[in-house]
Design a protein around this ligand. Structure first.
Ligand SMILES: NC(=O)c1ccc[n+]([C@@H]2O[C@H](COP(=O)([O-])OP(=O)(O)OC[C@H]3O[C@@H](n4cnc5c(N)ncnc54)[C@H](O)[C@@H]3O)[C@@H](O)[C@H]2O)c1
Length: 367
């Protein structure tokens, strides 16, 4: 039923846009990317050439006029998500928004409301809900393999982002807690079956990248859930040697560990080096851990396929704007906790925050 594929437009042309385009090609049955929009001359064309995408635009608003496009993915800096999502919704198209959902809880709520008003889906691109190894761990937990789960840990670490805007807290909203803590919060929340988050405690600091950013480059977050379980989220922008992503799950009848990259890699020693090992590995000389089927093991193609099936009404959304809002509130509470040096209870009123990290940097004394 090729004619019935969901037609997709992508906003952005760099790191995550490439992942979106590749993911739709890896699982092409439900959707096809027909357009890409990116403001830097030549960039959209380059992505379009790599993935045989027929239409390119400099201004995403022009792309939104294309009648046949049904779903648009946002792979642009965090500070642009809200406006883009609202414009996409107003054009009557379904929205897939990258993480973190927005810059503030108010923006996240507005995105949810606007999408509802226009009758379109707001799909939150949290791929950890689709990561095969983590999905297996959750299936086992849901079958009772570990008894009552009381502790879930997720950590994601690398040596720092690839693009300047991540380091500029005005455009990103914060440092590594905002960038990757959003994954860990979402993961623990999802894994435990979405119990309310009751409190957040965070310890954070900037240890290695002070010359580059006001944002934190190390963080440990502790989340208390209404069902009595605890989530521990660890993130770093100082971890050399490539991306590291892992979970641990503990219950009264068992436990499981999953190491996403090194656990799936080929332990390798090379004196000459070779092409590519894993995201953000600076060298392939010496010991390295090359991954294979990187996007598949992360769940990106499965995520995009699911979103397309949601547009067709074949599946119920498993990652929504509401999930993104829960994460935004916990992110803000985490920064406030680090600022105060104490645990912060939820619900947390983040309405006065211009961006989450302000609660830590102390530009608003009441936080
Ligand atoms: N799910 C994940 O694991 C994951 C991984 C990386 C990034 N992301 C998220 O994806 C988003 C994009 O990050 P990235 O790594 O691709 O950044 P990037 O810097 O590699 O690319 C950003 C893109 O946004 C485009 N852009 C900037 N201003 C724009 C505008 N006004 N209109 C249209 N496009 C515009 C740029 O031209 C560029 O193509 C961020 O929200 C980031 O947090 C998610």
């Amino acid at each position: 039923m090729a004619h019935n594929k969901v037609k997709v437009g992508i906003i952005g042309s760099q790191f995550e846009a490439d992942i979106h385009a590749a993911s739709f090609q890896i699982m092409p049955e439900e959707a096809e990317v027909v357009a890409v929009a990116s403001p830097t001359p030549g960039h959209a064309e380059a992505l379009a050439r790599r993935y045989s995408i027929s239409r390119v635009f400099l201004d995403y608003r022009e792309m939104l006029r294309e009648k046949d496009i049904e779903m648009v993915t946002i792979a642009a800096p965090n500070g642009l998500h809200k406006q883009m999502a609202c414009d996409i919704a107003a054009a009557g198209k379904h929205v897939v928004c990258e993480k973190p959902l927005a810059m503030t809880t108010a923006e996240a709520s507005e995105m949810i409301d606007v999408c509802k008003r226009h009758g379109v889906l707001l799909l939150y691109a949290e791929e950890l809900f689709f990561t095969p190894k983590y999905v297996k761990a959750k299936e086992m937990a849901d079958q009772g393999a570990f008894g009552k789960v009381h502790l879930v840990k997720q950590s994601e670490k690398h040596s720092g982002p690839h693009s300047p805007w991540f380091w500029d807290v005005e455009r990103s909203g914060g440092g590594v807690w905002m960038d990757m803590g959003c994954h860990g919060i979402a993961f623990c929340y999802w894994f435990l079956g979405r119990p309310k988050i009751e409190s957040v405690y965070c310890q954070m600091g900037t240890y290695v990248h002070r010359d580059k950013t006001q944002g934190e480059d190390e963080v440990v977050g502790i989340l208390e859930f209404a069902n009595g379980a605890v989530g521990i989220v660890e993130n770093s922008w100082t971890r050399r040697g490539g991306m590291d992503d892992r979970i641990e799950v503990y219950g009264d009848a068992g436990l499981t560990y999953a190491n996403l990259h090194m656990g799936n890699a080929l332990p390798t020693y090379s004196e000459t080096g070779y092409g590519y090992a894993v995201e953000k590995a600076s060298t392939t000389i010496g010991w390295s851990y090359p991954v294979f089927e990187e996007l598949w093991n992360y769940g990106f193609p499965q995520e995009m396929r699911h979103f397309a099936r949601c547009v067709r009404g074949k599946e119920t959304p498993q990652a929504t704007g509401e999930d993104g809002l829960v994460v935004m509130e916990a992110l803000c509470a985490g920064y406030a906790s680090a600022g105060r040096g104490s645990k912060v209870a939820l619900p947390f009123d983040a309405s006065g925050l211009h961006k989450p990290i302000d609660a830590w940097l102390g530009s608003r004394s009441e936080y």
